[in-house]
Write a protein that binds this ligand. Structure first.
Ligand SMILES: Cc1cc2nc3c(=O)[nH]c(=O)nc-3n(C[C@H](O)[C@H](O)[C@H](O)COP(=O)(O)OP(=O)(O)OC[C@H]3O[C@@H](n4cnc5c(N)ncnc54)[C@H](O)[C@@H]3O)c2cc1C
Length: 555
């Protein structure tokens, strides 16, 4: 007899939902295995609870040594992915967007079962927990919109400037998505960040006799018999064991789920054989179709009186969705988001950010194995801007930001605007240790010093940063803009859902891996295309949807 009916690999955004829902049936024995530490309700670390995303900066919550290349043939840079109970939801920036209706309609058109906006809305509603005063449903995972009264002055000015360019205010970007300015919904209640672990692995859920949670345990490979999965090999405190299970659900995220499959012999046969891995199932789509959003940051120094009140530990406050209108490009493909503070430290509210982003990229990269050995990270190549429709659109998003920032109303709300060099945004403002304390004290002094001194200090702190000139005739060059882009933390698509005759489809509409028995994938990797919204809420929705589908299968 197997030890468990379901072994879920990864207690991240989706995995926590699956563990909670599948264990509702007390006859179903569920094991949740998470590589990172646990965050039990009574002992969730304060940086995870913080409604400013302090946990994004804690290296203990991430895979060390994971790297990615941004563009084809570019050099590798560290790429943060969560390794902690709750996964990305425990460390992310808390933006909580569904995306556009056509994102989900297009999944259905591409052969991903019956997916459509109509189908996913009830699952989003099952997730989203608004306060009763919002007149919306009350789901499992607390979500709050930043009230306008909390916006710093530059956000009000941006809204007015956007309004004068024809962008309406959209009261609820999730219920009625479209072009316009909106208050950003965030994954939190009034005082505490929401995580999938906190919302779904509650005390009540954890007390179920049929649910076992095994944190700090890494699945190294699937245990297979021919094309049948029978469990998983795990490593816990340096000890290796094999756990048997009737079914395995991979919820290890869009980098690690395909890597685990490939290491277990499921993937492109030629590539696996070249690494000495015995092929269990030929499935060339595993690791392909990697998609991600890209963005850049304009940092704004804010004068006294125009800052977010220090006590408000808010990050994402508002957004502006726009459409490029370019041929073949979907509506709502551009986003500017506005951050109210850059650090939880005392100087954090002196600086805000406007970040233009491309939310419907066409470029596709891949995840491949560097070696069969489980201790080696997979290779992650985003190949951003490969598709000729992508570079012009991220430039359009940046030009929209430039134009709004130069608007006289907006320009009166900040002192300087600087385009930051790629990869610098949050880390530079949030270093820890002695260096961090020195930066914090120095920043506090400099940010309140006369303009010349402040600008000199910013030039020093952000080498390669470009000040935005007040004059429209001195726009930033296209190459300045393109060299400032970074990948967002939104990898998806590497085990895409699709029909069996699609050679690159990996799972069917019930999240079952094509051609392999007893194996499911349920996380961000099953998305056939990236939604035009940050990916945590869509992944929670998929967790609910997958649980609903799997519970109805006769296994
Ligand atoms: C820095 C950052 C900021 C982000 N900001 C936002 C945001 O503001 N809004 C938003 O919507 N989205 C955001 N995201 C994206 C969002 O967090 C992800 O889309 C989402 O978490 C994906 O969920 P998942 O379940 O697919 O994977 P994850 O949440 O990453 O979960 C995977 C889990 O599996 C575990 N795991 C992996 N391999 C193994 C193994 N071999 N054995 C055992 N366990 C394993 C990992 O430790 C991890 O906990 C951000 C992501 C990052 C990295």
């Amino acid at each position: 007899m197997t030890q468990f009916d379901f072994l879920i690999v990864g207690g991240g955004t989706a995995g926590a939902v699956l563990a909670s829902r599948l264990s509702e049936d007390r006859a179903c024995r569920v094991l949740l295995v998470e590589a990172g530490a646990d965050t039990p309700p009574e002992a969730t670390p304060s940086d995870i609870n913080d409604t400013f995303p302090s946990s994004t900066l804690n290296p203990d919550y991430f895979w060390t040594g994971l790297e990615a290349t941004l563009t084809r043939g570019g050099s590798s840079r560290p790429y943060p992915q969560a390794r902690i109970m709750g996964g990305g939801s425990s460390i992310m920036g808390m933006f909580t967007l569904r995306g556009m209706p056509d994102d989900y309609d297009s999944w259905g058109r591409r052969g991903a079962g019956t997916f459509s906006w109509k189908e996913v809305v009830p699952f989003f509603e099952k997730v989203e927990g608004y306060p009763s005063s919002a007149g919306r449903n009350s789901g499992t995972y607390p979500v709050r919109r930043t009230p306008r009264e909390e916006w710093p002055a530059f956000v009000h000015a941006m809204e007015r400037a956007a309004g004068s360019r024809g962008f309406p205010f959209v009261p609820d970007m999730n219920a009625a998505p479209g072009d316009g300015f909106f208050s950003m919904p965030a994954s939190r209640d009034e005082t505490v960040r929401s995580t999938s672990a906190g919302a779904y692995l509650t005390r009540e859920v954890r007390s179920r006799c049929n649910l076992t949670i095994m944190p700090s345990t890494r699945v190294t490979r699937l245990a297979t018999e021919g094309r049948r999965v029978i469990g998983a090999h795990v490593d816990r405190n340096g000890m290796s064991t094999t756990i048997s299970a009737g079914n395995v659900v991979l919820s290890a995220g869009a980098i690690h789920s395909p890597a685990l499959m490939m290491r277990s012999g499921i993937g492109d046969g030629g590539a696996l054989s070249a690494l000495g891995i015995q092929v269990a199932a030929e499935l060339p789509g595993v690791g392909r179709n990697l998609q991600n959003h890209c963005y850049m940051f304009f940092a704004l120094t804010l004068p006294r009186g125009k800052r977010l009140p220090h006590a408000l530990r808010r990050f994402a406050v508002a957004g502006l969705r726009a459409s490029s209108g370019l041929a073949d490009c979907p509506a709502g493909d551009l986003m500017l988001f506005m951050l109210g503070r850059v650090s939880g430290k005392s100087f954090g509210t002196d600086v805000a950010m406007v970040a233009p982003a491309l939310y419907s990229p066409f470029s596709k990269g891949r995840v491949t194995l560097a070696a069969a050995d489980a201790s080696r990270h997979p290779r992650v190549e985003f190949c951003m801007l490969d598709d000729p429709r992508d570079a012009p659109r991220i430039v359009m998003a940046a030009r929209l930001a430039e134009s709004l920032l130069r608007d006289s109303l907006v320009a009166a709300s900040y002192s300087e605007a600087m385009l930051l060099p790629a990869g610098m945004a949050m880390n530079q403002f949030n270093r820890g240790g002695l260096m961090g304390a020195c930066i914090s004290t120095g920043a506090q002094l400099v940010l309140n010093a006369p303009g010349l001194l402040r600008r000199a200090a910013m030039r020093l702190a952000f080498k390669g940063g470009k000040f935005l000139s007040a004059s429209h005739s001195q726009s930033l060059s296209e190459s300045d803009l393109l060299s400032a882009i970074s990948p967002m933390g939104h990898p998806v698509g590497t085990c895409a859902m699709g029909e069996v005759d699609d050679p690159y489809a990996v799972v069917d509409s019930n999240y079952r891996v094509h051609g392999v028995d007893n194996l499911f994938v349920a996380d961000a990797s099953v998305m056939p295309t990236i939604p035009s919204g940050n990916t945590n809420l869509p992944t929670l929705m998929l967790g609910e949807h997958a649980a609903h589908k799997i519970q109805r299968l006769k296994l």
